[in-house]
Design a protein around this ligand. Structure first.
Ligand SMILES: Cc1cc2nc3c(=O)[nH]c(=O)nc-3n(C[C@H](O)[C@H](O)[C@H](O)COP(=O)(O)OP(=O)(O)OC[C@H]3O[C@@H](n4cnc5c(N)ncnc54)[C@H](O)[C@@H]3O)c2cc1C
Length: 592
């Protein structure tokens, strides 16, 4: 049996305090309620829901998947009830406007509750995640009437949202989409086309589904400049504000896939009978700009999936390693077989999992707090500077954390030995579930390109230099901390030198020959992300030292930073040749 999930509340609140700066966030206008005691109470309640209501649905969702029955998608046993409890507790609206029924808490806090829900059941968590995107798009671009009609229901979760970008010929290249929107003559539009891979495109957990659909209007320019965004409800809203007549849209089929079986991935057909009724959201041909509004949070939330599944895989691997007895220690005479957790290589695997999980948690919460400051700080100059930093961090959070999610879930299987490969233990499910995260919401390859061509070059250069300067500034404190932090200090210095070297090579190349520069983008992203993770762990270790290492938790933080410094951060300079030589080594691959 899979081990139960237990929310790592102490590590979560530590990261929230020490890397996200919760006390400081609570001083920002609009976040007065984010006072640390209240936040801790909220998190304890979220942990109860995640552990006792949502986590028990995870394996049933994987085994049963979803099925299309008489035109409606049926979710697995327990999903409807868990979703009802999730909404009743107000968990769908944690970071949203209290005027619309939301909790008004910072995104940094919402990330923690989201981490718990995602660890508990990633497939389930996708439904609120997509709704979150719809709430953001409507909040920023909706007319007052649209806001009044849709927002309170979406914030409450009574209605859910979807994002409809992908079509068979338009994946990474969204600009290739063909779905059409024709004026209906009464201010609404008639939408016709097929969308694929639509998450929770249909289901039985909510009263209504509000599809946000990208489509082209007549005469729209080619590519991304000619795309508009439409609100297309499953059931049209009647004069009484309630869902009424069915719209002209349907789920054609549900995909069979590697993981997240509990999340219906739908082929959606719009307008089989003349056109689905849609309402323009934002201005015509501004659809991509509207999508960008929610991209930062969506990408951060997908990065969080890597962290959340890695945490669940780690908990399960650790429990198994303490239970499973096999072999003796070298030199052991007599006595029983030892628990595998005693074997140094198993311990190394577990530490590799734990240290990178803590680094990821630091990055995701930090990134969320930077976004909070970018939107709520009273000083416009600080807001602009924080937005630049948030945008630089987003591709790191999305790509590094999802790649690590896969690597760590795989290590979890490894710790289980053969039992990890057997479905009954549940270790394999984590690996299958998290495998999608490096693919959707902009593949990790696309994230790396975004980092090199847009985030560290041009206007982004200032954000990177400020970040590197901050990372260098921690050296003084590390030097004063003595031998306990020497390993992370040495590795951080070497990593920063390597990052500087790689940046100096890529930035001019991005301007002169971008196709060559992007050859080194993926190893560059890894270098920078591992370094930022090391910096955040070093800061956490300094805080732990200050708080006193007589406490086991603080002592473990310091040990984790040392492990990460020696075993992970020390590898950063080794990636440098892969960045520097990238433009010369791909020539041999036959592209014909
Ligand atoms: C389970 C699941 C759920 C999804 N949910 C949704 C959803 O709710 N809504 C929605 O609209 N879509 C959704 N998607 C679609 C998803 O976002 C796309 O699959 C993703 O954007 C990649 O597009 P693609 O599959 O067409 O791959 P392609 O674009 O064909 O990419 C294939 C490979 O080529 C690389 N590549 C492509 N173009 C470039 C380039 N210019 N430079 C460098 N490398 C490149 C990619 O990195 C990738 O490795 C979902 C997909 C899945 C599988």
């Amino acid at each position: 049996m899979a081990a139960d999930y237990v929310a790592p509340l102490r590590d979560m609140t530590f990261a929230l305090r020490e890397t996200a700066g919760l006390a400081d966030l609570a001083t920002l206008p609009g976040f007065e309620s984010a006072e640390p005691d209240l936040v801790e109470a909220v998190l304890a309640e979220a942990a109860r829901l995640a552990q006792h209501v949502i986590a028990p649905t995870n394996q049933a969702g994987d085994r049963q998947g979803c099925r299309l029955e008489n035109g409606t998608v049926r979710t697995a046993d327990g999903f409807r009830d868990a979703y009802a409890q999730f909404c009743a507790g107000g968990w769908n609206g944690v970071p949203f406007d209290p005027m619309q029924g939301g909790g008004g808490l910072p995104w940094a806090v919402a990330m923690v509750t989201q981490e718990m829900i995602t660890s508990a059941n990633m497939a389930f968590s996708l439904c609120p995640l997509l709704t979150q995107g719809a709430v953001e798009a409507l909040s920023v671009h909706g007319t007052p009437e649209q806001v009044a009609t849709y927002l309170p229901k979406l914030v409450a979760g009574t209605w859910t949202g979807t994002m409809n970008l992908t079509e068979p010929q338009a994946g990474s290249d969204v600009g290739a989409l063909k779905t059409r929107a024709e004026p209906a003559g009464d201010g609404s539009w008639l939408i016709t086309g097929t969308k694929i891979f639509i998450t929770f495109g249909d289901h039985d957990m909510a009263e209504n589904i509000i599809h946000l659909v990208l489509a082209r209007t007549p005469g729209a320019p080619a590519g991304t400049k000619g795309i508009s965004l439409f609100i297309v409800p499953k059931f049209l809203i009647g004069a009484d504000g309630r869902p009424g007549q069915a719209n002209d849209l349907r789920c054609v089929s549900v995909e069979h896939k590697l993981g997240i079986h509990g999340s219906p991935t739908c082929v959606m057909s719009y307008g089989d009978n003349g056109g689905a009724i849609g309402y323009l959201l934002g201005a015509e041909n501004e659809g991509m700009r509207c999508m960008f509004t929610m991209m930062n949070n969506a990408r951060l939330s997908v990065g969080l999936q890597g962290l959340a599944i890695a945490e669940r895989a780690y908990q399960q691997a650790l429990a198994y390693a303490r239970e499973r007895r096999q072999g003796r220690l070298i030199g052991q005479v007599g006595g029983a077989d030892v628990a595998i957790v005693q074997h140094p290589d198993v311990r190394r695997n577990l530490m590799l999992m734990r240290s990178q999980i803590e680094a990821m948690r630091g990055l995701i919460y930090f990134n969320a707090a930077v976004l909070d400051r970018a939107h709520h700080h009273a000083d416009a100059a600080v807001r602009a500077e924080q937005l630049g930093l948030a945008q630089l961090l987003i591709p790191l959070s999305k790509a590094w954390c999802t790649d690590l999610g896969v690597e760590i879930a795989s290590l979890g299987v490894q710790v289980h030995g053969g039992m990890g490969f057997i479905e009954g233990t549940g270790a394999a499910q984590h690996l299958r579930d998290v495998r999608i995260a490096p693919i959707y919401e902009g593949t990790n390859g696309i994230q790396a390109i975004d980092l090199v061509l847009r985030k560290i070059s041009g206007k982004g250069a200032a954000a990177l230099s400020a970040l590197v300067e901050d990372m260098r500034a921690v050296d003084k404190d590390l030097a004063g901390a003595g031998p306990a932090l020497e390993a992370i200090r040495t590795s951080l210095t070497a990593a920063l030198t390597a990052v500087d070297h790689a940046t100096a090579r890529l930035v001019p190349l991005a301007a002169s020959d971008p196709n060559k520069a992007i050859g080194g983008a993926t190893p560059y992203l890894r270098m920078l992300a591992v370094t930022v993770g090391g910096w955040l762990l070093a800061r956490q270790a300094l805080a732990a030292l200050r708080l006193g290492n007589a406490d086991r938790f603080n002592a473990a933080k310091i040990a984790t930073a040392r492990f990460y410094g020696e075993q992970v951060l020390a590898q950063v300079p080794g990636l440098l040749p892969a960045v520097l030589g990238a433009d010369e080594v791909f020539g041999d691959l036959d592209v014909a």
